[in-house]
Design a protein. Structure first.
Length: 448
């Protein structure tokens, strides 16, 4: 079975691939504006605490379920609770991965378009760029194609091999951009905002925002880590691997802030600029700086690489399901699933002004999401489905499979997990499900 499915050829390959799945636009595009809206350094401290106290234990649960069963989310749940409705949670995870890939691929395509726009020295108008139908469709198709080509190569030959290439490239690009940003005149104010906490800014909303960002950032809730965990051998130390994944994910998020806030404050921009920060504020900002076109181009290459490491894992979830459960051949089914993701992504691509119907789709109330199709998909799959799936998975791991059985799986191959065995059991049964339930309630504005 292992040889048919594939497995990681090395521990570092698994860590880089899983870190890459967690590291994406959530770290470099979403994280800075969430930090900006929630008071800077004080938010960062709360966020890091939540990642370690809640994100890491939950990730261990998903990895343990994957390694124990050696299956995708549907197969893993079916192996423990055959014939039960719990398999539906696995199906939800597969659908969530496909749903996120469809709109995420659109935004990822924009980052590729902006690489060329920045290097040309003419970033132009963002609203005009995303409302051009042929352009956004081709960019979506290009990004889905590149993603599929890598996943087509298999677990070790495709995903792992490319993660070993892409992750170091991402790190080097970030170091170059950090050196540039912190050397700008006036960047010190940005560093103070980002690194010197004002604890008076911490309130319930800041904690809720940190909780939501931690789950969004770590790719938890769709069974992605179950899938990646299923390719891990029994002798590997899951506990240390999960620690490295969380460390690298958090490091890239912290580094993105060291690029963005010094550059923002150096040019007198508002750190609360929101989601438009990367595509509207930053291109203007770069064009007013020395070597701005080159630095801007490098910045968008960085974003494209970060997006690619995530889209690879988003595609792998439904592919692994079809290979395991339906016995399809990977090299064919990858392209079928990629084609479906592209077709699902078209309404999102056309919903930014290119098509009136999709731009004002509006099935979900405006207090929850903007009326355009992409924002609606983002709420349904990127927010609600992810959190709901995480809640159900945490209950399944903690109570149905059993936290002690899961902990025994984590302890296998780990020298240190035994010291926190009982603490982890309590976290998985009580603290983590409650935390995710609070995220869900907050999504619907029940704490505002």
């Amino acid at each position: 079975m292992q040889s048919h499915r594939g497995e990681w050829s090395s521990k570092i390959g698994f860590i880089l691939a899983a870190s890459g799945s967690a590291i994406g636009l959530g770290n470099i595009w979403r994280y800075p504006y969430i930090v900006g809206k929630n008071g800077g350094a004080a938010f960062v401290i709360i966020y890091l605490l939540i990642v370690v106290i809640i994100g890491l234990p939950y990730m261990l649960g998903e990895l343990a379920l994957g390694r124990s069963s050696q299956k995708n989310p549907v197969g893993a749940i079916g192996a423990i609770k055959p014939g039960s409705w719990w398999k539906g949670v696995g199906y939800l995870g597969v659908l969530t991965g496909l749903g996120i890939l469809s709109f995420y691929g659109v935004i990822a395509g924009w980052t590729v378009g902006y690489v060329f726009k920045m290097f040309s020295g003419a970033p132009g108008n963002f609203a005009a760029f995303i409302s051009e139908p042929v352009q956004v469709t081709l960019l979506l198709a290009f990004f889905i194609f590149i993603t599929a080509a890598i996943v087509h190569g298999g677990v070790s030959g495709g995903i792992e091999r490319w993660s070993k290439i892409l992750m170091p490239i991402m790190f080097v690009l970030m170091v170059i951009l950090i050196i540039y940003a912190v050397s700008l005149p006036g960047s010190g104010a940005g560093l103070r905002f980002y690194l010197m906490p004002d604890f008076s800014k911490i309130d319930g909303n800041v904690i809720l925002a940190a909780l939501g960002q931690a789950f969004f950032s770590l790719s938890l809730g769709m069974g992605l880590m179950i899938t990646y965990g299923s390719y891990v051998t029994k002798s590997d130390d899951l506990f240390s691997s999960a620690g490295y994944i969380v460390f690298f994910d958090s490091l890239i998020a912290i580094m993105s802030g060291l690029i963005i806030f010094p550059a923002l404050f150096a040019s007198g921009q508002d750190p609360e600029a929101g989601a438009k920060l990367v595509f509207v504020v930053f291109p203007e900002l770069f064009m007013n700086m020395p070597f701005g076109a080159i630095i801007g181009g490098i910045f968008f290459i960085l974003l494209s690489v970060a997006a690619l490491t995530s889209t690879i894992s988003l595609l792998e979830v439904p592919v692994a399901f079809l290979v395991d459960e339906k016995k399809f051949h990977r090299k064919q089914i990858v392209w079928v699933v990629a084609g479906i993701a592209f077709l699902l992504g078209l309404p999102s691509a056309l919903s930014q002004g290119a098509n009136e119907f999709f731009s004002n789709f509006g099935l979900i109330p405006e207090r929850l999401a903007d009326p355009d199709f992409l924002s609606q998909m983002s709420f349904v799959f990127g927010d609600f489905s992810l959190a709901f799936g995480a809640l159900l998975l945490s209950i399944f791991i903690g109570w149905v499979w059993g936290a002690k059985a899961a902990a025994a799986e984590i302890a296998q191959g780990s020298r240190f997990f035994g010291k926190v065995f009982n603490i982890w059991v309590i976290m998985m049964r009580y603290v983590i499900p409650l935390s995710i339930f609070i995220i869900l309630l907050n999504l619907f504005g029940l704490f505002n």
